[in-house]
Design a protein around this ligand. Structure first.
Ligand code: 5CA
Ligand code: ZN
Length: 413
């Protein structure tokens, strides 16, 4: 798939050389993320394209866009891969319910997602890869796992689908930190099938689902069928980024089982860790519940854009929250982001402002400390307030701050 368009990031001279420190879900502590020089490699789990981008998705992709911007600011080349789960149960179910071909539904929603991301000034990934175009890669990886003795056919005479034996990975559990009944419950809640008869272990995950009537299927050495979810990301990530890449990211609903399974499959297939760190954004909710396509409690980026909301105000509303916390979307949040945007725009249109060096250092330092966007926004608020309140004489400052805010925070003023 083609990457989508986005404006290049202007460069702002860097004055401080802090490393990026971020919370790693596997280590359960703040770690230094990315190399000092050269190429940083990031894999972020992409959408399942059956409905439009809501504030939860937007928050996740804006979070990793901040990470991307911090690394670029550090002078690194960022190799960014994102998948798109363009064949999976929820997509096929929605296509069935609405009488639309699943391929058309996916194509429409992918386009809408790209448009939303472009509006939110999200720098696109270098590789944007679908599951459908990766079926060959996926079956190669299943084959590799099978040769290592970690694949079996479930004991089901009708559909002996293939499963990954999670006990073949000694480190299984090192990411999700879940045990026993809790692991089973979360697995069931997030697409797993712990109760399916014929499995060796309830936590084993599906890697190849044999063809069912009316479902899309591809030829493979294991019979016609379609890939399971986790193996899709493992195969795409390994192909595009190799092992030991810097970060795998997504929302916190992906820690377990999704990222746990990806990590386990990669360890068994290659003997190496998939990623060095795993970073997760919090869940965005509405009216007391997690925002989700299946619940239908959604605020959509495209809907707000249609109503004339400035996408930069949406982005500012997201950035006003700590990325790792769970929070609820409200109209007030958007209103206050609109006021903030207005104020920042007034300040960068002044003929002169308060010197830019300090505020730029503050933004950088805040982002380096676990992507603390709210502190970065507060620094810009302070600069704008001071510049609007007093007669300042730095005629370069407004332009420099506008450039830094665009480059580092992705807010176009
Ligand atoms: N295709 C898979 C990942 S391989 C998937 O989870 N797709 S998704 O469309 O359901 O979600 C896309 C991304 O948005 C994931 O990173 C997910 O963690 C994140 N996400 C979904 N709902 C929310 C939410 N309410 N708040 C924050 N992030 C969310
Ligand atoms: Zn994924």
């Amino acid at each position: 798939m083609q990457a989508w368009r986005a404006a290049p990031v202007p460069t702002v001279p860097r004055t401080d050389s802090d490393d990026l420190k971020i919370f790693d879900s596997a280590a359960q502590e703040i770690v230094t993320l990315g190399p000092r020089h050269g190429i940083a490699r990031m894999y972020v789990c992409g959408i399942t394209p059956y409905d439009a981008t809501h504030m939860g998705h937007a928050n996740t992709y804006v979070t990793f866009d901040l990470l991307n911007r911090v690394w670029r600011d550090h002078g690194l080349d960022v190799k960014y891969t994102q998948n798109v789960t363009d064949v999976d149960d929820p997509l096929l179910e929605r296509a069935d319910q609405t009488g639309v071909d699943w391929r058309d539904l996916a194509a429409d929603q992918i386009q809408l997602f790209r448009d939303d991301m472009e509006a939110l000034n999200v720098i696109p990934p270098a590789d944007y890869v679908g599951a459908v175009e990766s079926v060959g890669l996926i079956t190669d990886l299943i084959d590799e796992l099978q040769q290592r003795g970690s694949i079996y056919a479930v004991d089901d005479p009708d559909y002996p689908d293939l499963y990954f034996r999670r006990k073949s990975d000694d480190d299984f559990g090192s990411l999700g930190h879940l045990e026993g009944a809790q692991a089973l419950a979360v697995f069931a809640e997030r697409g797993g099938d712990p109760d399916r008869p014929g499995k060796e272990d309830p936590l084993d995950c599906l890697v190849w689902r044999l063809e069912r009537p009316g479902e899309p299927a591809w030829d493979s050495p294991f019979g016609r069928g379609r890939p399971g979810w986790h193996i899709e990301c493992t195969a795409i990530a390994l192909q595009k980024l190799g092992t030991d890449f810097d970060v795998q990211g997504g929302g916190s609903d992906l820690v377990f089982p999704h990222h746990e399974m990806c990590a386990a499959e990669a360890r068994v297939a290659t003997g190496r860790p998939l990623a060095r760190a795993y970073v997760h954004g919090g869940m965005v909710g509405l009216d007391g519940e997690k925002m989700s396509k299946s619940l239908g409690n959604l605020v959509l980026v495209s809907q707000l854009r249609e109503q004339g909301t400035d996408p930069m105000a949406i982005r500012l509303a997201l950035l006003a929250n700590r990325y790792r916390e769970d929070w609820f979307w409200t109209d007030d949040l958007l209103r206050s982001a609109e006021r903030r945007l207005q104020r920042w725009r007034e300040a960068v249109r002044l003929d002169a402002g308060l010197g830019a060096a300090e505020v730029i250092t503050q933004i950088r330092s805040a982002l380096n400390h676990d992507l603390d966007a709210p502190t970065a926004l507060a620094a810009v608020d302070a600069w704008a307030g001071a510049s609007l309140a007093a007669d300042c004489d730095d005629t370069e400052a407004p332009r420099q701050v506008a450039e830094a805010v665009d480059a580092l925070l992705g807010i176009r003023l």
